[in-house]
Design a protein around this ligand. Structure first.
Ligand code: ISE
Length: 334
């Protein structure tokens, strides 16, 4: 039987999720596309063959003909809409971050724990990207020895929104890095420092973070949301016996005019297309079986990256190293 889906938010990511389900994932049926902007919802519905449109997310979540929900609306709506899904007993694939407030993440966790069942899969899609999968395997199979450091670069062509600040680079972009490093290394953080180089327009300046894990490993993260040249994500994991780095992902190389060139994607949708497909396929299996996807990210992971982001923003604003203090992991998320 097909999983009848509602997509809430018909912006960049909502449209992308709708396209992935419609084009690549048999076993799903797009039932409703919901957006405040009805023209935008209709355009996505027409492009993907979705049956209906709406501008009322709560009503959509409650519909009898909706089995599961994808939340891809603005960041501040993620937690309340995920909670509405839990209350309605419907699985939800929620875009990251779960919330920019760790307290709100705890509220979603409480709601889920009170129901005694897992409902929320968080959209940290990098966990499904082949390069991070291989990195994690190499570490677990002992090829690198004990992990010492992980270096991460996260570059966007330009800021996703005109009002994007250094703090937002930490709360909106960096959570991918916070999450995938925890996932690959199997670690939790102990402290974070954050810095910005001088740039003519300070608002556009990159952010560089140094994190210490509870096991004493060092993690560096550069988020440059105005890199201008392309969408470029790099990572290298350095162990005591070897290191593993992500190769640039590109099918072709052009040789001409005494030079060779490979292309960059314009943004994350192309670079992580296969990771999104794998993630969304895992979500459909979750809806059908009730078994939370192995290695998928949960509310607990959303909480962890939100705590780190809060500490990172403080470190940036106060110019000091800030401890990362989290609650003990509830047995429910073990
Ligand atoms: C955006 O919200 C995403 O989630 C992208 O994956 C990330 O690369 C980008 O920096 C974020 O702004």
């Amino acid at each position: 039987m097909s999983v009848r889906l509602a997509i809430i938010g018909a912006g960049l990511m909502g449209a992308d999720h709708a396209k992935i389900f419609a084009d690549d994932l048999p076993g799903s049926q797009l039932q409703v596309i919901c957006d405040m902007d009805q023209a935008r919802a209709k355009a996505v519905a027409v492009a993907t063959g979705a049956r209906d449109v709406s501008n009322n997310p709560e009503a959509v979540i409650a519909r009898d003909d909706v089995d599961a929900v994808v939340v891809a609306s603005p960041d501040f709506t993620h937690a309340p809409l995920s909670m509405a899904c839990i209350k309605a007993g419907k699985p939800v694939l929620c875009e990251k971050p779960l919330s920019q407030s760790s307290v709100e993440c705890l509220q979603v966790m409480d709601e889920e724990m009170a129901r005694g069942l897992r409902f929320v899969q968080l959209g940290f899609m990098r966990r499904y990207d082949q390069s991070y999968v291989e990195m994690k395997q190499a570490l677990e199979q002992g090829q690198l020895g004990r992990a010492l450091m992980m270096h991460n670069f996260h570059r966007n062509v330009e800021t996703p929104a005109a009002d994007f600040t250094g703090a937002m680079a930490i709360t909106n972009s960096a959570p991918h890095e916070f999450d995938v490093v925890r996932h690959v290394l199997g670690c939790e953080y102990a402290a974070i420092s954050a810095y910005q180089p001088q740039r003519s327009d300070a608002r556009l300046a990159p952010v560089v973070m140094v994190l210490e894990t509870q096991e004493g490993q060092l993690i560096t993260i550069e988020v440059n949301n105005n890199a201008a040249y392309g969408y470029d994500v790099r990572a290298e994991l350095v162990g005591e016996a070897g290191s593993i780095a992500i190769n640039p992902v590109s099918y072709t190389r052009t040789d001409a005019k005494l030079a060779n060139a490979t292309a960059y994607e314009a943004d994350w949708r192309g670079r992580y297309a296969e990771a999104y497909r794998r993630q969304n396929r895992a979500f459909l299996r979750f809806v059908k079986t009730g078994n939370f996807p192995e290695g998928g990210s949960s509310c607990w992971d959303g909480y962890c990256s939100s705590v780190v982001a809060e500490a990172g923003v403080r470190a940036l604003n106060e110019g000091c190293k800030v401890p990362v203090e989290m609650i003990a992991k509830p047995e429910f998320y073990a």
